[in-house]
Design a protein around this ligand. Structure first.
Ligand code: 6CS
Ligand code: FE
Length: 267
């Protein structure tokens, strides 16, 4: 159980930098169970699976909590729900669930971007009162395409990268591909990073990291022989649920009833 002091520190780090990493990790058994689940789902033929451009290589899985019982439970672990409600200050539900695979050699980049831009412009989410909780299913190092963030950039609101004047495609495939529809141009991101630098979120399998919907972040291609699969649960304040999202339900949950915690953190 985390002390009140540790919880206060996490909230302070999150508000200051736009991300934080609780000391608790997912157990090796739970990680192994999730890896087997991800491998099983990846072998299926279903619309929730997105592939790398022009290749039979899985880029990401979406909405698995809606059809897989292991994923349905993992989103309810008190470790994650407590963290989300501590950082957001109220009852939450699962807005989005994905596993970004970042396969060895083939895992393509995610350009600099802010997540809230997609949820605001495509789904009608009013405020960035959501939080991404990432769980590393593989070890993440500097070599296999770690998530890179610009600390403090979460306080800038939407960093307009010029995409605002382009006519939106409303094609969800452009929201999950390496050629993202809404990006922060490299030169804008580099100017922001000149002030605060960038931080790579690395750690062993089981590591948990929370990051803000507006933090500017990216990840490079994975040129290594080591997969970098990361499971991402986006929790949203129940009070911030978009009124009428239209993207597929595996990207945007329609059920905004408060989530019920599992009885323990055992998966
Ligand atoms: O469009 C979305 O919902 C997804 N796309 C990106 C690039 N980040 C947010 C989210 O995972
Ligand atoms: Fe993102």
């Amino acid at each position: 159980m985390r002390t009140t002091h540790e919880t206060a520190d996490l909230g302070a780090a999150y508000r200051r930098s736009g991300w934080c990493a609780p000391p608790e990790r997912l157990t090796a058994d739970a990680v192994e169970k999730l890896r087997r689940t991800v491998d099983r789902i990846s072998a299926q033929d279903r619309p929730e699976i997105v592939y790398e451009a022009g290749q039979p290589v899985v880029r990401a899985l979406h909405g698995c909590h809606r059809f897989d019982e292991v994923c349905e439970r993992v989103v309810r672990l008190p470790l994650f729900v407590d963290l989300a409600e501590t950082l957001l200050g109220g009852p939450v539900y699962v807005y989005q669930f994905k596993v970004n695979m970042k396969q060895p050699f083939e895992g393509a980049a995610w350009p600099w971007h802010q997540d809230f831009v997609f949820w605001h412009r495509e789904d009608g989410m009013v405020a960035p009162d959501a939080v991404n909780i990432a769980v590393f299913l593989d070890g993440v190092s500097g070599d296999n395409g770690p998530l890179r963030v610009i600390p403090g950039s979460h306080e800038l609101g939407i960093v307009d990268g010029g995409a605002a004047d382009a006519e939106p495609s409303h094609d969800w495939r452009r929201h999950v591909a390496a050629t993202l529809e809404y990006t922060v141009p490299d030169e804008v991101a580099e100017a922001l990073a000149a002030g605060s630098g960038t931080e790579s979120l690395t750690g062993p399998a089981g590591t948990v990291v929370a990051f803000h919907p507006n933090i500017v972040h990216c990840s490079s291609n994975n040129a290594s022989a080591y997969r970098r699969a990361v499971l991402l649960i986006t929790y949203n304040l129940v009070s911030n649920a978009p009124a009428a999202p239209t993207r597929p339900e595996f990207l945007v949950s329609r059920d905004s009833t408060p989530i019920t915690r599992a009885d323990s953190n055992v998966l």
